[in-house]
Design a protein around this ligand. Sequence first.
Ligand code: GLA
Length: 651
Amino acid sequence: MIRIGVDYYPEHWDRSLWSRDLDLMKKAGVTTVRIAEFMWGLLEPSEGEFHFELLDDFVKMAGDAGIELILGTPTNCPPMWMYRNYPETLSVERTGLPTETGIRGHRCIENPLFRSFAADIIDRMAERYGKNPHVIGWQIDNELSANHCNCRECTHKFQEWLRRKYGTPEAMNKAWGADIWSGQISDWSQVQTPKGQMYSYGWLNPGYMLDYERFAAESTAGYIAFQIRELRKYVPESVPITTNACFCEHTMDFHRSFKDLDIAGYDNYPGTKIPDDPDVVYTTAADLDLMRGVKRKNFWMLEQLSGPMGCWGEMQPVPRPGMLKGYALQTIAHGADMVLFWRWRSAVKGAETFCQGLISHSNVPGRRFREFADTAKTVHELQWLDGTVVKSPVAILWGFEQFNAFKTQYQSPGFDYRDQVKRWQAAYASLGVNVDIIDEEQPLDGYRVVVVPAHYVTSPVTAARVDSFVRGGGTVLVTCRSGVKDKDNGCILSPLPTAFRKVCGCSVDEYDPIGKKDVQIAFPDETLTGSVWCDLLLPEGADIRARYASEFYAGTAAITKNHCGSGTCFYMGVCGKRPLMKRMAKETLESAGVPFIADLPDNVWVNTRESGDGSVRGQFIFNETDREQSFMLDGETMSLAPFEMKIRRIR
Ligand code: GLA
């Protein structure tokens, strides 16, 4: 079943509204509602005193109304008594001071006392509702991030983690290059978590920082594993457990975090203002492809844009007509089997008063509500797509190693790893080709084209896989900033792209981090624009596809193509503007013999979902622009309104 629903906070509303809301939800076509992820204060108002009446009543009412529930473990917001009675449960900021209460997520996820209170509330909830037939899934905590707490417990855990990894301080000193700036330690207690304001400015040792990010990622994954263990004492295996991932200041490693979870979950808030610069990739489709890649299967959207966002910053423009529906259907196009709109009603109190829901403060269901109901109607008509998946000829390799390493050592102005991945996704998707974004250490079997964008911290596993994939007949595109670092986050003392040099058939003579300046890239038949980074290439067996046509290195190779074994490997030494990336996407698809649609308008996307045996196939055509678009597709004229998604069954 493909589900549609909302996030709801029964604790925010007078009970007299519950039945009206549930009634309206039913009429609007809601199948599923997520609740309870911030409810701990009500469930345990003082230590050891539990009140489940409110939750019991709502679970019963929703169940009686035929609505399925996803329950959140409420551990993001422990009650105030816990912090006041046990201040050590508070997380500690980079300043070394405890986080002050009043926002949310102030708890230290490693603190043993917090863990024991958390285990207790989770167990009680799981025991009470785990076998309730209306509870069809569980969400762990809320929008978890990598654990950047600086308390004594976390510092000790980090020291232990390093001890396990390196065995001796000397081995760690060597790996980090700690002789530089006298960073050597002689005892584990001398290592601290990265405190202080310099953290984000690249002043700290990159070996240390990358290890710290690895530790922080493992700590969060460990916390998830702890919650799974508690839930599974009572929740049957048939009921999936997930969590709602998001990109944030300290994004958790999705691949590690979801390893033991049953299904990937995500929160999707596309921007409501379309940028004026045509070079900006504003679609969130790459995030969706990445989430599908996390477990290499369909996922759940646990929060989806409902209204103008506010609270964390100034209010954003209200979603334009068509946006709510188009963006929700886009998640299904990319493999979501559930979309829950955050949130049913706008809050009237609290910090998020202006993070708007489907029903605004007027309490009169209006345009956004009607668009939601229309979306729900469409989703109910789409059940023929149940069981279908996205099959992709193209894989883009993503690594949280890279994401974290780039966070602590900046490259050229304008270079952003996630943005580069998004831009490659858009380049292929603009040609109507499905794209998987997978963990860089996953097998590559079954793909025809593999893109390796900025594989900076070199994984020998990935390098070996890429090499044999090409030799076996595949097509690969490797980009600049690949092969730069070793696993200790130190530079490899060899010409770039080091581990990829052979398969690419070229090396980098020198590079120019030109930043946000245009550079001309000449192909035999046209000249396109690049920017941000320029590798000056020396072909070592590869053909030159394009040369720089500006700067002091005009005439030098910028893009090469190497035949290696029975396959082909492109090396792209420059970051492209969108037309240049699209051209390279086309060249790689042509080289691999993958069909594509050449002439879609910009920001109009076509992709497919199909059943395992290919007998059911749905095509999604999405106009992700604020203008009407008319174009030819399969010999037919297609006209799409702004943000309109057309879904049709094809053979
Ligand atoms: C996140 C959170 C929600 C809410 C929304 C609003 O996605 O999970 O609780 O704060 O953001 O932006």
